[in-house]
Design a protein around this ligand. Structure first.
Ligand SMILES: [Zn+2]
Length: 444
């Protein structure tokens, strides 16, 4: 019999999980030994943190301390929870609204929907639905936009806290070029953000993000105050949109004629740096990409949204040439799915159209450890290294009849992962655990 590891004692084990396990140690493009896979593995947790992941020995199960919880997911694949680096929870119910490109789409669908979030009760209802949908799709961390209403930020952080989710969120800031009842003065928005930061930033697993919607909706004064907030509070996030759509790029050029580029607008107000997340980044030039890479900011690549709004094809290769951190994102509600599996499916096709290949190991790295690195959260989440917060998901590779049929001839791990990202969706997610606790189970 194999030696029973010391992790299996009362001091270091209150929960054990048996399954197949896959997690990443580094970027598969950079190192050979980037991932660990255990066909029959055992994950040991204590108070929601990883103590050990190893090949399972059946007899160890008998040595689990009295009172510890044992999840037997034999035959299923456990991975770290997916991380969505960009989405808009208030747009949940307007997902799949037909037929327009970015600027008209904002005016016709987004702004009228977001106005409803001045009511706390309404915001709570949608925040609850959004967080449940995250869990149902195996997503355990999101970087989320609320609306301009402080109530909408409280609603999403409350819903996340109830489920113990590691969440990044912030109040959208707009003081021009949007309906009057979604705008406020730069000073008022600064004041409300300051209050929200006091209330939520680094409170449990909540992280606050200063969230100017995009340069066209903020005056120079508002962008200046965004920079001031970042200077006043350590470890804040900054999230915004950049270079998504050609008309948008042109418009921002007219509004900020003194700046070299759209990205340079944010840069000139001190908004580029570690923990800055910019969605889209499709129409960037060489200088912009160099600046993104050197600043430590991250790109949120939103394939379903970019295709849906006809915005263009993001170049993953160009981002890597400049050492830019990249995460993948749903961008709900311009994105068309809550599923990171479906999002990877579309990411693969966007790469194909640019003559680039998104290999399956790289793809799953990008929605777990890679995303955590892009958000500077890799010391806490993203894989099963000892001490990490145990957010993980249980995946059924045979969730549909078609997948069962396909898996019969998918012999290697890479082949199975590729079929998973092309054919999989929420039907594959059997359970979602947050800090070790099961927060969603398909069976129930
Ligand atoms: Zn967006």
């Amino acid at each position: 019999m194999s030696v029973v590891p010391s992790s299996l004692d009362n001091n270091s084990c209150d929960t054990a999980v048996r399954a197949s396990f896959l997690h990443f140690k580094s970027d598969p493009d950079k190192t050979g030994e980037a991932f660990e896979y255990f066909e029959d593995g055992l994950l040991i947790l204590k108070q929601g943190r990883v103590q050990m992941l190893a090949e399972a020995a059946s007899e160890w199960i008998d040595y689990l301390p009295d009172g510890s919880i044992f999840y037997d997911y034999s035959g299923l694949l456990v991975m770290p929870g997916f991380i969505d680096t960009h989405s808009h929870y208030p747009q949940t119910e307007m997902i799949a609204s037909h037929g327009l490109q970015l600027l008209d789409w904002l005016e016709q669908y987004t702004f009228p929907t977001e106005i409803k979030f001045s009511e706390r009760e309404y915001a709570d209802k949608i925040a609850t639905f959004f967080c449940n949908e995250m869990l149902r799709n195996g997503t355990t961390t999101s970087a989320v936009y609320a609306t301009v209403h402080s109530e909408s930020v409280d609603a999403i952080f409350e819903a996340a806290r109830e489920r113990d989710l590691c969440m990044i969120a912030g109040k959208v800031m707009m003081d021009r070029n949007a309906p009057e009842n979604l705008c406020e003065s730069a000073g008022e928005s600064y004041r409300q953000c300051s209050e929200l930061i006091q209330r939520w930033h680094l409170n449990g697993r909540s992280h606050y993000a200063v969230t100017p919607r995009f340069a066209a909706c903020s005056s120079p004064r508002q962008l200046e105050l965004c920079g001031q907030l970042l200077g006043e509070h350590p470890d804040l996030y900054l999230q915004s949109h950049v270079a998504e759509n050609r008309d948008e790029v042109r418009w921002v050029g007219e509004l900020f004629p003194q700046n070299r580029s759209y990205l340079d607008v944010y840069d000139s107000y001190g908004l580029l740096g570690p923990r800055s997340i910019f969605a889209h980044c499709i129409h960037l030039d060489e200088t912009d990409r160099q600046r993104m890479g050197s600043s430590g900011a991250a790109i949120a690549f939103c394939p379903t949204s970019n295709l849906f709004l006809g915005s263009g094809l993001f170049s993953l290769e160009a981002a890597y040439e400049h050492d830019i951190r990249v995460g993948i994102a749903t961008d709900v509600g311009a994105g068309t799915s809550f599923s990171m599996l479906q999002t990877l499916n579309e990411a693969y096709k966007v790469c194909q159209l640019s003559g680039q290949i998104l290999a399956p190991l790289k793809a799953f790295y990008l929605v777990t450890l890679g995303a955590a690195e892009s958000l500077y959260l890799d010391h806490r989440i993203g894989n099963f290294n000892t001490g990490k917060e145990a957010d993980f998901i249980v995946i059924d590779l045979q969730a549909t009849e078609l997948m069962q049929k396909r898996m019969e001839s998918a012999l290697s791990l890479e082949e199975r992962l590729f079929a998973l990202m092309m054919l999989g969706d929420d039907r594959c997610i059997q359970a979602t655990h947050v800090m070790g606790q099961r927060q969603y189970s398909k069976a129930k």
